[in-house]
Design a protein around this ligand. Structure first.
Ligand code: G1P
Length: 293
């Protein structure tokens, strides 16, 4: 297995119930952190990792996602007419250069494994990346996926982005058992979806970044429904690692779980403090505000 990673799958069909009522009529991936929707950060991270084809697995009420990455003639004409060159540039740069988008619908919410499998005809027989846009990762550099693609180019095997979490929180994640084989890199022995803390094999959690070999598709097809009655990607990975090595990678950077209110708020604060346009004013506000607490 030595092919380049050129395709990324974004499973974006979920209902976003954790973010209700904000997500009643708005796709959760379109919620903005400062001034950009989550899905745009995910696509930018993929492009920075060399991905050329963005594959969105969408569902009902998600039309704003293809619209966001499509050309908007009316908007561009208006901005041109009113000489808003800066804004026009921002709008035109939403889709990174040399990148194309493909869309496939997941008709039923049958789980992350099922969502990834919907992309099979578009991915074909090559290794690919999966990004869950809820997990926003900031590494001050070219991004988490780029780190993982660099590792893939050496190792040529499936890689899961992982992070140590509070042992009380294992029931929210896929949890791995691994042996360290290099700095930040482990070889998986086992993986289990959302175990209770009492039975979790460790506190090393899978975050929303995966590089998978195409053998995963057959594993998804032959793995029965798991936790929550859904086809779990985690269970298919457990089957995959019986046949081929699967690595864990402790990424450099900070992850914000934007599917939770607290994580979403943290992301807005942190990205606000990094944003060229507002960072000074925002830092000043925060200092004054905290002094009053
Ligand atoms: C999914 C995966 C889980 C993983 C998590 C990362 O769960 O099933 O293994 O740890 O994403 O965010 P979800 O958050 O969709 O319930």
């Amino acid at each position: 297995m030595s092919q380049k990673i050129t395709k990324a799958v974004f499973p974006v069909a979920g209902l976003g119930t954790r973010s209700l009522p904000a997500t009643k009529a708005v796709a959760k991936e379109m919620l903005p952190v400062v001034d950009k929707p989550l899905i745009q950060y995910a696509v930018e991270e993929a492009a920075a990792a060399g991905i050329e084809t963005m594959i969105f697995v969408t569902g009902r009420n998600k039309n704003s996602i293809p619209d966001h990455f499509d050309k908007s003639y009316e908007l561009e004409t208006e901005l041109e007419k009113s000489n808003k060159a800066e804004l026009l540039k921002k709008v035109r740069e939403i889709l990174p250069p040399n990148v194309s988008c493909a869309f496939v619908r997941q008709a039923e919410a049958l789980g992350l494994g099922h969502a990834v499998h919907c992309a099979k005809p578009l991915v074909g027989n090559e290794p690919f990346a999966v990004i869950l846009p809820d997990d926003l990762i900031e590494d001050g550099n070219r991004g988490c996926l780029k780190q993982m693609v660099d590792l893939f180019n050496h190792e040529h095997s499936s890689i899961l982005g992982v992070e140590r979490v509070d042992p009380k929180e294992t029931h929210k994640y896929g949890i791995v058992e691994h042996v360290e084989i290099a700095e930040r890199v482990g070889r998986l022995h086992s993986i289990v979806e959302k175990p209770k803390p009492e039975v979790a094999p460790s506190n090393v959690a899978v975050v929303g970044r995966y590089i998978l070999t195409p053998a995963i598709f057959e594993k998804i097809e032959t793995t029965p429904r798991g936790a929550g009655g859904e086809y779990q990607l985690t269970d298919a990975i457990a089957a995959l690692l019986k046949d081929e090595p699967v690595l864990s990678y402790e990424f450099i950077g900070n992850r914000y779980d934007c599917g939770s209110k607290f994580g979403f708020l943290l992301a807005n604060v942190e990205y606000g403090l990094l944003h060229e346009e507002i960072k000074d004013e925002f830092a000043h506000y925060l200092r004054e505000r905290i002094a009053k607490i």
